[in-house]
Design a protein around this ligand. Structure first.
Ligand SMILES: [Zn+2]
Ligand SMILES: [Zn+2]
Length: 233
């Protein structure tokens, strides 16, 4: 099954133009089998709520909205998080494989260092992926504390940097993932990671990415047809 590993919805990600149902509908229309909803999780957004508990319940509820609409129309929706880290400007890290309780138990993950977040996520059975490396000239972070680098097919970024990321990941022995980062933009990239149908939960997907040595991605570069690419770590 083809899973788009990076999507947003407007109920939590204010920069997104489509709500949870519309984002699920758009994914169904483009033909992927499922999405991971990776809404922004930030200390700035948290400050708009009376408490971090309120923010987290709101954040999790948005995932349940998307998931139940997905069940209605036949699209798999999994829980993910895109954390805006406070240790550096504009660094976004994707967390996969943890349960919703992870946020209730670790509300301030945006204040951690890369190493601390990696350890916290791993302790909870998840994986950590650097989202859209090179956006706004962000560097590739220390791959000792990353499970994968993301190939991001958002039209705003003009280029997925596939070749550079492919070689950087290979050199570091980490995986590649792929996602549209769709925010209701002018077009939606048809992209994602092929995950075995035996994976039923986000933990299964994270375990697959952690343990496999070869992965098949569907990548869509700007103004190009999508194509399939194989990566071997
Ligand atoms: Zn991002
Ligand atoms: Zn994003």
């Amino acid at each position: 099954m083809l899973i788009d590993m990076h999507t947003h919805s407007s109920g939590v990600s204010g920069c997104c133009r489509l709500n949870a149902e519309e984002i699920v509908e758009a994914a169904k229309n483009i033909g992927v089998d499922g999405i991971i909803l990776t809404n922004h999780y930030t200390s700035d957004d948290c400050e708009d709520f009376p408490s971090s508990e309120d923010y987290i319940e709101h954040y999790i509820n948005e995932y349940h909205l998307a998931r139940s609409y997905g069940e209605k129309i036949g699209l798999k929706v999994f829980f993910g998080i895109e954390v805006t880290m406070n240790f550096a400007d504009r660094i976004h890290l994707l967390v996969y494989g943890v349960k919703e309780d992870f946020l209730r138990e670790n509300p301030c993950i945006y204040d951690l260092s890369l190493e601390e977040l990696y350890e916290t996520v791993h302790k909870n059975g998840g994986i950590l992926v650097e989202g859209h490396p090179f956006r706004h000239n962000c560097p590739i972070l220390d791959t000792n504390y990353l499970d994968a680098l993301e190939i991001n097919c958002h039209p705003l970024y003009k280029d997925t940097h596939y070749d550079v990321l492919y070689h950087a990941a290979k050199e570091a022995g980490v995986m590649l993932t792929c996602g549209s980062d769709y925010h209701g933009d002018t077009y939606r990239a048809e992209c994602g990671v092929y995950i075995p149908d035996t994976a039923k939960t986000i933990k299964d997907i994270a375990d697959y990415i952690k343990n496999t040595d070869v992965i098949k991605l569907r990548v869509q570069e700007i103004n190009c047809e999508p194509d399939e690419r194989e990566y071997r770590r």
